[in-house]
Every structure is written in structure tokens, then in C-alpha cells.
Design a protein around this ligand. Structure first.
Ligand code: G6P
Length: 575
């Protein structure tokens, strides 16, 4: 995955200014980081992005890593350099055929210092530049290299940053006397609102004074690119009074949901109508998403099916294997970041097949948004914690609102007040969390619309509280999982009023000694949390919020790194 940044400036700047920008890309990975400047600074370390030695420079590249090829070590951190140290690169993506390239380069005498795929890039250019110029070397790179890459390359004594991309995102920000290359606009959105987005197989030469773009299509051809002016909320509120972003973001849910509802009713009304028309003109809807967004999509399927629209949800990384598409299929991508590579690849795979693409995205100007025929912004605002909380809520709000345009009745407009009233039960949920902090496994059961919620709560418990958790359909228990229920095993039962089948499933686990915790809008004689919902959509959101708070307090009790759980990243930009 990883985040990259490169700066070419007329005026000198501080190495730690780059680090501040890099910090804004940390959601893409935080295993290790590094920086190289034209004035000789070359530092890399394991761990989160932090202060480096002071160094004044006019050119710098930097990287924050989420390890794919090669362990989390200082050697494997970026930047990587050529044998003679003249060429230095940072890379986001995966070079699939790096072993082949490495073997070829090693035979030519190149010595490798890391286990990464990325290091071959520096050596490849060192080798090629012996016999040709940069543009020809880039052409060879595009022709020979398989995989995904966004690369920034600098050379000693050269004021240019050479950059080329395939698959991985890359954008050029045009600021005052400074050109900034980055994985996304967020890295520089507090400095400029002018950007040039790279498309596939593009190469650019970027200096402080200007830039030149080229398209690779068996050779490099000069290209004129449009500068886009974007709107972005640049001020950041930090954690405010909260200890963690996760808790802050949960508490922002009422406001975020209200903002979205308002936006869909007024500002984005046209877009919603356009999307409605696209659905009416289609035979079926297929959602494509990953992680938490997939769980929101499963709810979208439930809501739309209830409204009489044939819908399916497919995990993005398996999209190709489990869908049949035609020109009457509408694919709807649901993605917080709009940069998840599995989702992007699924969409790339259908481009040109006549399939229309719509999306619900949180990050404006993201790749998925730009690939869509129509894209609705879920207006959740920036989400910093790796675990999605308020963006899940807003995805569900958006999908239930969409279904309501087809007659699916729900009380989604009341959801901001309902979440506020649920948040008043936080102390009770915290008390429950204290009793769960040492458990090994938790099972969450639901049926119908509460099944995706069960999966979402389980995901939260795994990723943030490091508890093995399974979210499953209540009806499936008896087909295997019941064997794992022992005396005291916690089972959270999502029990909407009137769902008699889930009551039976709950009794089945109770009979086998489980510790039953009920989340319901009705009263039961169990350890329970009561949620103020009157309809399916609000039940699904409120029950999820209970799971979010429970997870947060368990993780806090366990003193875990709530906002940056081990091994994960907020935006997964590799397949
Ligand atoms: C990562 C994040 C999850 C997120 C998933 C999909 O795994 O850690 O929180 O749900 O990616 O991300 P997206 O941006 O596509 O919603």
C-alpha cells in the first residue's frame, strides 16, 4: 500500500515540513517511513512517521510503508537507492515480476540491500541509464514491469522529480513556487487546491518551475493535462477532547448523518435522481466493496430487494469470480476512500463492457469517484481511525435513503437524534466492555438485515480489540458453529422486536451455556442494551453503534493502539 510524496520547490523548505505532509498519508500504512532530500538527508526508520533530522532542501521524496514484500525492517523501508547512490526512489504498489528483474540485475553486478520488490526500480534505472536517456528508460520500464506502481525518482545533481504510474494513485499539486507529487490530494490540500490527476501509464518530469506529462503507449508521447480546482475542507480539528479518533468519530455520527441527509435532499438531489434513473433503467444492481463497506453494501442489498430491486453484493477481490454482468447491470461501488485497489480493479475489469458504474464515496476526487458515471458523496468528513465508524453509518444512511426513493419505508431522517440518545448509554456499554476484555472468542448472531450488522460488529472486535469474533446468520449456528459454544462463551444476539427465529437461536446457545448479550429495541430478560429504533434501517445503524462503542472500550481497556491497529491500513491500495 504505502503513501508517497515528492516536493520540488523554488524556495528552500524544511525536511520536517515534508514529514508533516507525509503524516497526512499515514492512513495508507504506518509500518516504517523514510525521506531523501537533494541536500543529502537520507533517513528511514521502523514505526510511525515522526520527526527527522533538520535539513533545508529544495527537493525531497518521502514514503510511509505498509509492508507487502519484505518484513518491517529499516532496510526494507523506503527510499531505496541504486548501488552508486545516485538514484533514489520511493514506490507505492507491487512489482509482480521483481524476482525476474532482480535476477537479471544481480547478474549485471547490482547489489541489493533490502528484500523488497521496490528496490529493483532504483537498480533498473541505474542499469538502463548507462545506455539511454531517462525517457527511453521509462519506456523500457513500462514495457517490462508487471504490476502496479506510482514511483518518484530523484537523481543527484538533477532538479527534476521523475514520476510514473500504473495502477497506484498519483496526483500533482500545484502550489505557490512548489510542485508536490503525492498519493492523494489530502497530502497537500492545506497548501493548494489545484491538482493534476495522473491517469494510467503516464510519466511526468516535475521541477519547481514546471512539469511535462507523457502518455506511454509503446512509447512516450507528450500530453497536455488539465488542472483541476478542488474544494476540500483543509482545517483539521484533531482529536479534540477525545483520547482517540475512533471515539471522536463515533461521537460525530449524529452530525455526519444529518449532514448527509440534508445533502441528499438538497445539494445532491439531482445526483440521487440520476442514480434512481440508472437503477430504473437496469435489470439488477451489483454492489462491489471491501471490509466495512461490504457490510454496508449487504444492507443495501437488503433494502433494495425490499423495494423490489434485484440486488447483490460481491466482495471486490472476488468480483470477477462471482458475477455475471451485462449492459443491464448497474455496478455500485461503496468505498470510504475511493482508493481500495480491489474495488478499483473490479471496476477496471468492467470498463468497456457497457456496464454503468455508480458509487458512494467519502473521499472526494478519489479514483473510484472519478471512474464513476455518477458518484454520491457520503459527506462523513475526514475519518482518521483505521476502523470505519461514521463512514459506515453514512453509507447505510445513503443506501436506505436510496431505497426509500423506491418506496422502502424507513425512519432514516430521525437517525441523528436516535444515535445521540444511544450515545447516552455509553457508560453502560463501557461497563459491559470491562467484562469482555479477557475473552478469546465472541459470536454475534443476526438474521435478515441484522446479519450484516453481526458481521460488522465482529470485524470491529477483530481489528480493534484483537478478539476472535464471528458474525453470522442465526440460522447457521446449528450447522456447525454451535459446537464451539461452551460455558460462558459470549454470544451477542441482535434481536429486533418480532424476530421470533433469532429468539429461538438465542435460546439454543443459552441452553449450551453461552453468556447471552442481547441488543434489541424491545425488552428481554437477558443482559442487554436497548436501542431506540422503530425500523430496520435505524436498528441496523444503532446496533452497529453499540458494537463500535463496545469494541472501543474493550480495546481501550486492553491498552491497544485503537486508531492504528497492528498490520492494518485505512486504505488498502494493493490487491
Ligand atoms: C481497509 C480498512 C477498512 C475498510 C476497507 C475498505 O481494510 O481498514 O476499514 O472498510 O479497507 O475500504 P474502503 O475505503 O474501500 O471503504
Amino acid at each position: 500500500m504505502c503513501g508517497i510524496i515528492g516536493i520540488a520547490s523554488r524556495k528552500e523548505f524544511e525536511s520536517n515540513d515534508v514529514i508533516k505532509m507525509l503524516k497526512r498519508l499515514e492512513y495508507r500504512g504506518y509500518d516504517s517511513f523514510g525521506i531523501a532530500t537533494d541536500t543529502g538527508l537520507f533517513e528511514k526508520e521502523v514505526g510511525e512517521v515522526r520527526h527527522v533530522s533538520d535539513n533545508r532542501c529544495t527537493q525531497a521524496i518521502a514514503h510511509t510503508r505498509w509492508a507487502t514484500t519484505g518484513k518491517v525492517t529499516k532496510e526494507n523501508a523506503h527510499p531505496h537507492s541504486s548501488c552508486d547512490g545516485n538514484i533514489t526512489i520511493v514506490h507505492n504498489g507491487i512489482i509482480d515480476n521483481y524476482l525476474e528483474l532482480k535476477e537479471w540485475l544481480a547478474a549485471k553486478g547490482h547489489q541489493f540491500k533490502s528484500e523488497t520488490d521496490s528496490e529493483v526500480i532504483a537498480h533498473f534505472f541505474e542499469e538502463e541509464l548507462k545506455t539511454c536517456d531517462m525517457r527511453h528508460a521509462v519506456e523500457k520500464f513500462f514495457a517490462l514491469v508487471k504490476g502496479e506502481f506510482a514511483v518518484l525518482l530523484i537523481m543527484k545533481g538533477d532538479d527534476m522529480i521523475y514520476t510514473f504510474k500504473r495502477g497506484s494513485p498519483l496526483v500533482l499539486g500545484i502550489a505557490d513556487g512548489m510542485n508536490i507529487l503525492a498519493s492523494d490530494i489530502y497530502a497537500f490540500s492545506n497548501r493548494t487546491n489545484k491538482a493534476v490527476f495522473f491517469s494510467e501509464d503516464e510519466f511526468a518530469e516535475v521541477s519547481a518551475g514546471g512539469y511535462k506529462f507523457y502518455k506511454y503507449d509503446s512509447q512516450l508521447v507528450p500530453l497536455t493535462k488539465e488542472i483541476q480546482v478542488f474544494e476540500w475542507e483543509s482545517k483539521e480539528s484533531g482529536k479534540m477532547q477525545y483520547e482517540h479518533y475512533m471515539l471522536k468519530e463515533i461521537h460525530e455520527e449524529p452530525e455526519a448523518a444529518a449532514r448527509l441527509i440534508d445533502s441528499m435532499k438538497y445539494e445532491q438531489k439531482e445526483k440521487m435522481n440520476e442514480l434512481k434513473k440508472m437503477i430504473e433503467d437496469s435489470k439488477r444492481v451489483v454492489f462491489v466493496a471491501a471490509g466495512t463497506s461490504y457490510h454496508a453494501s449487504l444492507l443495501g442489498v437488503y433494502f433494495l430487494n425490499k423495494a423490489g430491486i434485484e440486488s447483490h453484493a460481491i466482495i471486490a477481490s472476488e468480483f470477477r469470480n462471482f458475477t455475471l454482468l451485462d449492459d443491464r447491470t448497474l455496478v455500485i461501488a461503496v468505498t470510504q476512500s475511493g482508493e481500495t485497489m480491489d474495488v478499483i480493479q473490479a471496476l477496471h475489469g468492467i470498463k468497456g463492457e457497457g456496464v454503468k458504474i455508480a458509487s458512494f464515496v467519502n473521499v472526494p476526487y478519489s479514483t473510484v469517484q472519478r471512474m464513476s458515471n455518477v458518484s454520491v458523496n457520503i459527506c462523513a468528513g475526514q475519518e482518521v481511525c483505521v476502523a470505519a465508524t461514521k463512514t459506515f453509518v453514512n453509507q447505510v444512511v445513503a443506501l436506505s435513503y436510496l431505497a426509500s426513493l423506491f418506496g422502502y419505508e424507513n425512519g432514516i431522517e430521525k437517525i441523528p437524534d436516535k444515535i445521540n440518545s444511544l450515545l447516552r448509554q455509553e457508560e453502560k456499554i463501557k461497563g459491559m466492555a470491562e467484562t469482555l476484555k479477557n475473552v478469546r472468542d465472541i459470536y454475534i448472531i443476526g438474521r435478515g438485515f441484522s446479519y450484516p450488522v453481526a458481521r460488522e460488529i465482529a470485524l470491529k472486535l477483530k481489528e480493534i480489540a484483537y478478539i476472535h469474533a464471528e458474525g453470522m446468520m442465526g440460522g447457521e449456528l446449528k450447522h456447525g458453529t454451535l459446537a464451539l459454544i461452551e460455558n460462558g462463551t459470549p454470544v451477542i444476539s441482535l434481536m429486533p422486536e418480532g424476530d421470533n427465529h433469532i429468539i429461538s437461536n438465542t435460546k439454543e446457545v443459552e441452553a449450551r451455556g453461552a453468556r447471552v448479550i442481547v441488543v434489541s429495541n424491545s425488552s428481554f430478560d437477558y443482559e442487554s442494551i436497548k436501542i431506540p429504533s422503530e425500523d430496520e434501517a435505524s436498528f441496523s445503524i444503532l446496533a452497529t453503534v453499540v458494537g463500535q462503542l463496545l469494541t472501543y472500550h474493550v480495546a481501550k481497556e486492553k491498552r491497544l493502539p485503537v486508531d492504528k491497529p497492528r498490520n492494518l491500513a485505512k486504505s488498502c491500495t494493493v490487491v
